[in-house]
Ligand binder design. Sequence first.
Ligand code: PNW
Length: 478
Amino acid sequence: MTLFSRFPKDFVWGTATSSYQIEGAVEEGGRGPSIWDTFCAVPGNISNGDTGEVACDHYHHVEEDIRLMAEMGVKAYRFSIAWSRILPDGTCDSINQDGVAFYNKVIDSCLKHGIQPWATLYHWDLPQHLHETEDGWLGDSIVDRFADYAAVCFSSFGDRVKNWITINEAWVVSILGYGQGVFAPGHTSNVEPYTVGHNLLVAHAKAVDIYRKRFQQQQKGQIGITNNCDWREPLSDRLEDRAAAQRSLEFFVGWFADPIYLGDYPESMKQRVGDRLPKITDQQRALIKGSSDFFGLNHYTTMLASESNGDIAEQAVYGNGGLSEDQGLDLSIDQDWSLTDMQWAVVPWGCRKLLEWISQRYDNPDIYITENGCAYDTELIDGDVNDQNRIEFYASYLDECANAIDNGVNLKGYFAWSFMDNFEWASGYEKRFGLHHVDFETGVRTPKDSAKWFRALLTNQEQRLGLKTEDTSVHLSK
Ligand code: PNW
């Protein structure tokens, strides 16, 4: 059996990007500033002082990029809409028609190539004005601001966009943006993440409510939220370590998925976070519970969890479990695991275990992996990027996705992160996640061997890959 044939016929195959990471043109087309422009301007925040000012200059390369995507054989493209391109100061006081026209171009190019557009409304680029004047995600007005912005997007693009994602990775916004301060807006606190997380959930739910009441029936689309989660494997069979792994998952994805699927924050969080965790009111619960048509999952890595030995306070390392003192556990990795350039371990079976955990806890929802991928810096030599390590990463993770489907998980789609090398947030341009190489000096895009591998996979020419799922040889024959 080939890898491709292990997935259902209607499985959604796509790639993903986000606005600030690829667009550039930050002062063009009437775009207002976002908190990422401000954050990048502070020396020391981003490796090498990089910024998203130019990025992949996708703003001027839309048609070329979507043509390359089509050549790769994908049938879906997940992109994000920059709030401040549509509403420059974040409010509906003025709708920027140039911004609307830009995303019309993205969407129409997709449709021209038979690619379904999947739009994310918020991938971290909050309008700076809302941050300054209304306290951003900490303020009381953000829920309505987000809902109003969402409604503008539904009415402008919903005739063609049938798949909506409200918020990308509430965990990252809360923990990295307001807890550890490594992402915009750069706050450090052990209170703010829980307030922000709560506001993100309510804002998501309110946007979904508006979609369902005013647009869904007519536009016939689906809407959900995307959360990120690593897998947590118990360090040992000890009861305490198994409990630590479970608790770690509850603080990671349970934080946002429990309210949506089960109606409240996990018990472990309520007990350990105490008064710093806002209470979900009955009115909010009515909005939040059941507010996702599908389970969007971004997954990158696995760590080992064990009961805290009591002496580490905060592992303030980007990529760890976040506010670990609240969780009472330690995280580590197995020395035998190989690492990507992010120092994230490659553990394909962790992806399967996480999918099974989600299915079981949330009653078998439709799941879309809206991001999975790896950073490896492979050189461009004579027009070729021989990224064998990335091919092996995708082949092994997809193999475990197919295993999860065999085991009853309702996995409906998979989006590779990312279509092209781009601005990797605090790491700047150093970390390359792309299936396409980008020369950031010239803007030239080159399909890597991994993009050619995807093309062969998706056009069912796996014999060309020398790829059989029984043996894991994944060499691309040229
Ligand atoms: C995700 N962590 O970010 C984002 O959705 C993408 O924009 C990003 O490029 C991609 O993953 C790769 O980093 C994350 O520390 C950033 O656990 C940090 C973490 C997870 C996801």
